[in-house]
Design a protein around this ligand. Structure first.
Ligand SMILES: Cc1cc2nc3c(=O)[nH]c(=O)nc-3n(C[C@H](O)[C@H](O)[C@H](O)COP(=O)(O)OP(=O)(O)OC[C@H]3O[C@@H](n4cnc5c(N)ncnc54)[C@H](O)[C@@H]3O)c2cc1C
Length: 437
């Protein structure tokens, strides 16, 4: 018997689970299919030797859309906000990072004039109406608001920190500046890692009737041919039918699944935001006062997440992430990137190798499926696609947000658009059945 569902959600990451949770408000049958053995996508946390490792450094913006949506869905989040009073490094010289009020006045990175300029720019970030930045790249905006090279490079650092985008000449100023502003409102490192979000979303969805099938890849999505039903072909060659499909995979995977049925050139041109991550648990920190650092010109990041979040079953060990932001044109040489990250860590935590409990290096991971570029928002106004019944969600599919905010808000939007479509169809059917006099 071919299984029939009202809605099939492809992908069990944040976007898929947020959509599933909003759809439990209806009586529609929902199946979520995840290709991985484990659920969660890039919001997964791996537990290794009693240590909880997120896939790279994960910080949830307190002012972002994901936080609002997760609270709306009754997800409880526990964790703490990191302090940003670490160091910035250039040419082997360390400076106090002027990212907190205290360090702003202590740092030798800025002279008096640059310090005043930096304060003025930070106020501008908080006050600018980001809607007015839709036609500018982040680089154009930085050149406009920052006079000195120092202040410009600080803005690029904040841009990388808040968005992971390391292509200011391509990235939309509107998206980067609004993310910087959200980040300035504080972020949370989560106890137990981001898996705690996914597990709560999963349990709620299951308890309200959503079916989840993991370890199953959707190979093909054939648009509705008869009875308004999609045909989905799975990795075990099983066929299932659905009235609606919400696809939360990346744009290129979506394109492959619907292949010649859907020639959306915008989707095929989307570039991802990528990086390299070295995720580590150490039995102790050689230098316990070193908790946060970034490169000034080198696009590098380091932060000890366990200083703020409970990320191990023991109380002594430390979980930290060293990260390199990639430019879309970068040539990725795994060995040299690994060396670069290890050398950055050598200078911050000399001798760290002898304390390794567990480590993982991912040389080229997708952080966000879309580098937000000028004009993207016009192409992503709605979750509905040109194929009737096919909806998109995921961190690339939101018109004005990226990362967890983009994933959660697009998941919610796709669910809401389907619910609205159902209501419109039902009322049209009802009117059709009314007797005419
Ligand atoms: C290193 C790193 C650091 C990050 N830091 C932050 C941060 O600090 N703050 C923040 O907000 N965000 C951060 N993010 C981004 C955040 O993790 C993602 O934006 C979010 O988890 C994406 O959710 P998603 O549901 O859109 O996609 P995914 O999590 O990728 O989910 C899509 C799911 O679809 C599944 N899938 C794909 N194809 C198929 C198929 N054919 N059939 C079935 N299943 C399929 C995949 O296995 C996956 O589980 C970071 C990401 C990384 C990698």
């Amino acid at each position: 018997m071919t299984q029939k569902w009202d809605i099939v959600i492809v992908g069990g990451g944040l976007a898929g689970y947020v959509a599933a949770n909003y759809l439990t408000e209806t009586s529609l049958s929902v199946l979520l299919i995840e290709k991985g053995k484990n659920i969660g996508g890039r919001a997964r946390t791996n537990k290794v030797n009693q240590q909880y490792l997120n896939i790279g450094p994960h910080a949830l913006s307190k002012k972002g859309k994901a936080m609002t949506i997760l609270k709306d869905l009754g997800i409880s989040l526990s964790g703490k906000s990191p302090k940003l009073d670490g160091i910035l490094i250039e040419d082997n010289i360390e400076y106090a990072a002027p990212l907190s009020p205290l360090e702003l006045f202590r740092t030798s990175l800025l002279n008096r004039k640059e310090r005043m300029e930096w304060i003025a720019v930070l106020f501008k970030v908080m006050r600018t109406d980001t809607e007015n930045l839709a036609a500018q790249t982040f680089q154009q905006w930085v050149m406009q608001v920052g006079d000195s090279k120092r202040v410009q490079s600080l803005l690029y650092i904040l841009g990388r920190l808040a968005t992971y985008c390391h292509a200011p000449e391509m990235a939309s100023a509107k998206v980067v500046v609004s993310n910087i502003r959200n980040a300035m409102g504080g972020v949370l490192y989560l106890d137990g890692g981001w898996q705690t979000i996914i597990d709560q979303l999963h349990n709620k969805a299951i308890s309200l009737g959503v079916q989840v099938q993991s370890h199953t890849l959707v190979k093909q999505i054939d648009p509705a041919q008869q009875e308004d039903q999609f045909k989905l072909i799975l990795s075990n060659d099983e066929e299932i039918h659905a009235k609606y499909v919400i696809c939360t995979t990346g744009p290129h995977e979506l394109h492959k699944m619907v292949n010649e049925n859907y020639q959306n050139s915008f989707f095929t041109q989307i570039k991802a935001v990528r990086g390299a991550t070295l995720d580590l648990a150490l039995s102790q920190l050689p230098n316990p006062s070193r908790l946060f650092a970034m490169g000034i010109t080198d696009p590098l990041y380091y932060s000890v997440h366990s200083n703020y979040a409970r990320l191990s079953d023991d109380t002594k060990s430390s979980v930290l992430h060293v990260f390199k932001y990639h430019h879309p044109d970068d040539h990725i040489d795994s060995t040299s990137i690994k060396n670069e990250l290890e050398q950055f860590l050598d200078r911050l935590q000399p001798g760290w190798q002898q304390y390794v409990i567990t480590r993982r290096f991912l040389p080229n991971i997708t952080v966000n499926q879309r580098l937000p570029q000028l004009g993207d928002e016009h192409k992503l106004q709605r979750s509905k696609t040109e194929i009737p019944g096919l909806y998109i969600a995921g961190d690339w599919a939101s018109s004005d947000s990226i990362l967890a905010d983009g994933a959660a808000s697009s998941g919610k939007q796709a669910a809401e658009e389907i619910i609205l479509n159902e209501k419109e169809e039902n009322s049209a059917n009802y009117e059709r059945r009314l007797p005419t006099f």
